[in-house]
Design a protein around this ligand. Sequence first.
Ligand SMILES: O=C(O)C(=O)C[C@]1(C(=O)O)C=C[C@@H](O)C=C1
Length: 360
Amino acid sequence: MTKISEKALWFKELSGDKPLVIAGPCSAETPDQVLEIAHAIKNMATIYRAGIWKPRTRPGGFEGVGAIGLKWLQQVKNDTGLLLATEVATAEHVDLALAHDIDLLWIGARTTVNPFAVQEIADALKGTDKMVFIKNPVNPDLSLWIGGFERLQNAGIKKLGFIHRGFSSYEKIKYRNKPEWQIPIDLQIRFPEIPLINDPSHITGNRDLIQQVAQKALDLNFDGLMIETHCTPDSAWSDAAQQVTPMQLGAVLSELVLRDISSHEDSYLHEMQRYRTRIDDIDTQILKLLKDRMQIADEIGLLKKAKNVSVLQPERWQEVLIKMKREGKENKLGEAFITSLFKAIHDESITRQDHIINRK
Ligand SMILES: O=C(O)C(=O)C[C@]1(C(=O)O)C=C[C@@H](O)C=C1
């Protein structure tokens, strides 16, 4: 992948020109389980992951084996040469992980939401040359994610990375955590040199969907994948449904198509130039149409003000949305896209009208 050329040197040395693969069980369970998985995946992954301390949604669940598991991980490094990764959520976890020579420490989504916790971890990590990756917060808040990153940067940590594991959502969706791809896209535009890893296991919550999400991540120029792997996933002590067997991991990885960020061929550049000119023209037309539509909404706003009528007209708004969804379908435009597009347009329209109606 050409994009790798923009990455920090330490990351290029680690991953070469291929996506970095981090794999291993959700949780370390027993010494044998940890070693068996490591031997099975040692030729597919560069870094071995295993949760030692597990934040659980509700009490009573398996909360991880604790510090003893770090010794099992050390055995993995001795036997296989794999680098090691685990999640840390407190300063004490950091001290223990560093004392056991863990190579990559990541901050989990439930910790990233809490600036006090991230600061405590950043302070405990001061002076380390280990890799430290920060997962997105559970809520779709890019500033919070960047804020956590900056706390680590301010602590002088050099080998930093991001892990995208998706976002909690109240609506029922096909994934466990909504990817909200625009957020990691914004992130990589802002931090092109920082490695960005995708975690399709936590996004999907379902091993059957991992391939598809992993491919999409690579198509969006992610630099690596973290995939939960277990020899007997169905009897795993945590996250059973989203773990794959080592064989399935092999299949996922071998089916991935790696693409270049660009092509230098003249024919490609020429054709792209033509397409992009057309897109630019259409974008300008869309903008002009939006401006015209908003002007009409403003005029309606004045009329509503004169007649003392409320801004929101639920029946009309439903009528517009249903019509647009139907026409969208006829034009092969996805319903979710049309819905969010027209919600955004309607939202702007009522915001402008509210402003007009309340102008003194
Ligand atoms: O039809 C109206 O009353 C409008 O003001 C237009 C419009 C729209 O933008 O489509 C805006 C607000 C209403 O809730 C319904 C529709």
